[in-house]
Design a protein around this ligand. Structure first.
Ligand code: SAH
Length: 248
């Protein structure tokens, strides 16, 4: 079981697989006023940077589930590196339908809401692991400005304009899911650059090391086209943020 190999190539050097910087992750942890010993569940935990740094900085106890074997291995190494291997546990697996045995204070899905079929399904899934008064975290894109055409939406790697909402609409939508939005931290374009532009050097180096690989042609094409596509579309049209919710 694994995610498509292309992501394990292009994001192999990422610690954070979304447009957040380390500073934004720390800001989010502080914004949540995490108490020492709080249990945090993270579905689609990637390379584990959120749980590992929050364990180090705020004393949380974390469980992460991710379908990428590579990212999960990197998460375990990172936990050792930060001296928090006794506080965080990373499981390689499918997070679809995952509910924790023990209730948690924070249940998160940061940039992987397809795991439960979208925002509504993910909020519902996370709520099943949450203790009373706990916080749901959801990381999600939104349109900074509406794409003028469906073609532009596709250039942003959306399947359609209707995939995402404008920020005020996204915020309002949490109310219709029965939640209060109680905090948010938004990425900015510098953060998008860290997420997207960091893939270019990774791709270039991977190509040099793996010229005969079956994905070499695809990676070559991506490296040639992605920088200009990103600058023209994703960077201009897509926002991203992490939203903290409490059920009403
Ligand atoms: N939350 C992490 C990773 C976000 S990227 C971070 O912010 O850094 C999306 C992640 O979802 C990837 O790590 C990918 O491997 C993982 N993923 C995709 N489908 C999944 C599934 N069905 N179950 C668990 N993880 C999944």
């Amino acid at each position: 079981m694994d995610i498509p190999r292309i992501f394990n190539i292009t994001e192999s050097a990422h610690r954070i697989h979304n447009p957040f910087t380390p500073e934004k992750l720390a800001t989010l942890g502080a914004a949540l006023r995490l108490e020492k010993g709080t249990r945090v569940l993270d579905l689609g935990s990637g390379s584990g940077e959120m749980l590992c740094t929050w364990a180090r900085d705020y004393g949380i106890i974390g469980t992460g589930i991710d379908m990428s074997q590579l990212f999960t291995e990197q998460a375990k190494l990172r936990a050792k590196e930060l001296g928090v291997a006794d506080k965080v546990n990373f499981i390689h697996g499918d997070a679809a339908g995952y509910v924790s045995d023990e209730k948690v204070g924070v249940a998160a899905c940061v940039g992987a809401s397809w795991i439960a079929g979208g925002v509504a399904g993910t909020v519902e899934l996370l709520a099943r692991s949450l203790r009373t008064g706990g916080i749901i975290l959801i990381g999600e894109p939104y349109w900074r400005q509406f794409p003028p055409t469906e073609e532009v939406a596709r250039e942003c790697h959306a399947s359609s304009i209707s995939d995402f909402l404008l920020l005020p609409e996204l915020i309002a939508s949490f109310g219709s899911l029965g939640c209060d939005i109680v905090e948010m931290v938004l990425a900015d374009q510098d953060g998008w650059d860290r997420y997207e532009a960091a893939q270019w050097l990774t791709m270039r180096r991977w190509l040099e090391a793996n010229p005969g690989d079956e994905l070499a042609e695809e990676v070559r094409a991506k490296l040639s086209s992605e920088p200009a596509r990103y600058a023209a579309y994703t960077r201009e049209y897509l926002g991203w943020g992490v939203f903290a919710l409490m059920t009403r």
